[in-house]
Each structure stands twice: as structure tokens, then as C-alpha cells.
Design a binder for this molecule. Structure first.
Ligand code: CAA
Length: 257
């Protein structure tokens, strides 16, 4: 597939996806949605890719769902097409996905960042769910994911007032894993992604699944799930290699099997 709204580049075992609708501040329209999902799901099916980095431009990760594309839509069109449901294919990707966010991550942009596995933020990053100012509310998971990330009080305030959060507040609230100087964002994201991609891919996928399970289930069920998956890891070559390498005092060389 030839992409028009994103750029993709494979660097070693990392796929870098750059949102690229600069004139619309990377607003998320149908085409960009289809292209991001296509690139991510193809990478997910490719064992040569061990991590995906999703980024935008220095000014905007993404300024939201495309307002101009939605403006005239009817209820029947939104409901009939189950608008935004396609993103469930993105959250089903098993390969780890790192969001590298600089500039605006508003509305659907904040939601897209939260659909990734963790968010590295530039000190220029701005997060918000301003949809209420447009007479709507978050529609790609923001009311649910933001609440899980930052708690009810802050999520409620942000969704009801539409106010933005800067990078420092986002880090304090647990929305992002780290804040880095803007000019180092991509390097830091690539470094993290390369670290992840050097691990065993099936073990990284299982780890992602286990952490995500914490959002979906009770503590007892989650801990039981973790234990079963931990046991299953002993069926992999990479568990044998990782533990042998430790005992033999050498770096592990995972074969992703
Ligand atoms: N949709 C469509 N176009 C957008 C857009 C969006 N979400 N955000 C920005 N653009 C466009 C602008 O219309 C403008 O295009 P033109 O040059 O053709 O007028 C261009 O991008 C540049 O934007 P600005 O001139 O507004 O840039 P700025 O630097 O003055 O302001 C901004 C930047 C504060 C991010 C401002 O663009 C803004 O407020 N954008 C909208 C943010 C927003 O409300 N997002 C939520 C969208 S709804 C949503 O996401 C629903 C959901 O949950 C699924």
C-alpha cells in the first residue's frame, strides 16, 4: 500500500511511523486511520519487527480527529459506519508500540497516543480532550483511557472544561512515562524501541498482554493470568537462552522463538 498521510521507515528491528498531514496538524481522517492501521498490522505480522514507534511533527503529534471531515456527518453515518471502531485493530496489535509525542496531542491525538503502549513526551507536548468545546465528547476512548491513566478528578476536569495539560503535568499525572527535551525525543524513543526490539519478541508480546490485562480484569484474575503466561514462557527457546546467558555471564542472544 502506498501511503499518503504517513511516512514509514524500518530502522533495524524498529518500524517508525510518522504522521504526515502537516497542513492539518496531523488531524486524523479516514485515510490516516486506514494507513496507520495498515502499517501497524503489517509490522505486527512481520517477525523482523520487534517494536513500532509512532510520532508526529514537532508542532503536532495530532490535533484530533478531522473536524472538517466529521462536521456535516449525520447520526446514521456515524453509527452506521461505526466511526472509529477500526482503531480496535490498532489496539489489538501485539508488537509493542511507543508513542513519541511533541506539540499538540489533542482529542483523537491524545486518544491515539493513549492507545500506544507508553508515551514518551517532548517538553513541548500538550495533551487535552477539548471535544466538549466542539459540542461533542471524546470518541476514540478518551473518556475511558484518560480516566484510567490520570484518575477521575483530572480526567473529568479535562473532559468537561476542555483544558490542556502540559508535559510536566502529564508526567506528574502518570499519562506519560517520561519527558525529554524536544530535540532528543526521536532519539530517546528509538533508543527505547531498540531496547525492546532486542528482547525476545514473543516474550515482549506476552508481557504487553499481561500489563494490558491489568486494565481489563480484577487483581486476582490478572495475577493468575500473569502466572499462567509466566509458566508458558518456559516453552520458549528465549527463556532458556536468557537464563543461560545470565548464568554464563554473557549477553543473551534471543532468536525470538
Ligand atoms: N481537524 C481538522 N483540521 C484541523 C484540526 C482538526 N482536529 N486541527 C487543526 N486543523 C487545521 C486547521 O483547521 C488549520 O487548517 P487551515 O489552515 O486550512 O485553516 C490547520 O490545521 C492549522 O491549524 P490552526 O491554524 O488552528 O493552528 P494553530 O497553531 O493556530 O492552533 C490548535 C493549533 C490549537 C491545535 C488548533 O488547530 C486546534 O484547536 N485544533 C483543534 C483541536 C481539537 O478540537 N481537537 C479535537 C477534535 S475532535 C476529536 O478528536 C473527536 C474525537 O475524540 C474522536
Amino acid at each position: 500500500m502506498d501511503y499518503e498521510t504517513i511516512l514509514t521507515e524500518t530502522r533495524g528491528r524498529v518500524l517508525l511511523i510518522t504522521l504526515n498531514r502537516p497542513k492539518a496538524l496531523n488531524a486524523i481522517n479516514r485515510q490516516l486511520t486506514a494507513e496507520v492501521i495498515d502499517a501497524a498490522t503489517r509490522a505486527d505480522a512481520n517477525p523482523e519487527i520487534g517494536c513500532i514507534v509512532l510520532t508526529g511533527s514537532p508542532k503536532a503529534f495530532a490535533a484530533g480527529a478531522d473536524i472538517k471531515e466529521m462536521q456535516a456527518a449525520t447520526y446514521a453515518e456515524m453509527y452506521g459506519g461505526d466511526r472509529f471502531a477500526d482503531w480496535e485493530r490498532f489496539t489489538a496489535v501485539r508488537t509493542p508500540v511507543v508513542a513519541a509525542v511533541a506539540g499538540y496531542a489533542l482529542g483523537g491525538g491524545c486518544e491515539l497516543a493513549m492507545m500506544c503502549d507508553f508515551i514518551l513526551a517532548a517538553d513541548t507536548a500538550v495533551f487535552g480532550q477539548p471535544e466538549i468545546k466542539l459540542g461533542v465528547m471524546p470518541g476514540i476512548g478518551g473518556s475511558q483511557r484518560l480516566t484510567r491513566f490520570v484518575g477521575k478528578s483530572k480526567a473529568m476536569e479535562m473532559c468537561l472544561t476542555g483544558r490542556n495539560m502540559d508535559a510536566a503535568e502529564a508526567e506528574r499525572s502518570g499519562l506519560v512515562s517520561r519527558v525529554v527535551p524536544a530535540d532528543t525525543l526521536l532519539d530517546e524513543a528509538m533508543k527505547a524501541a531498540e531496547t525492546i526490539a532486542a528482547m525476545s519478541l514473543p516474550i515482549a508480546m506476552m508481557t504487553k498482554e499481561a500489563v494490558n490485562r491489568a486494565y481489563e480484569t480484577t487483581l486476582t484474575e490478572g495475577v493468575r493470568f500473569e502466572r499462567r503466561v509466566f509458566h508458558a514462557m518456559f516453552a520458549t527457546q528465549d527463556q532458556k537462552e536468557g537464563m543461560s546467558a545470565f548464568v554464563e555471564k554473557r549477553p543473551a542472544k534471543f532468536t525470538h522463538g
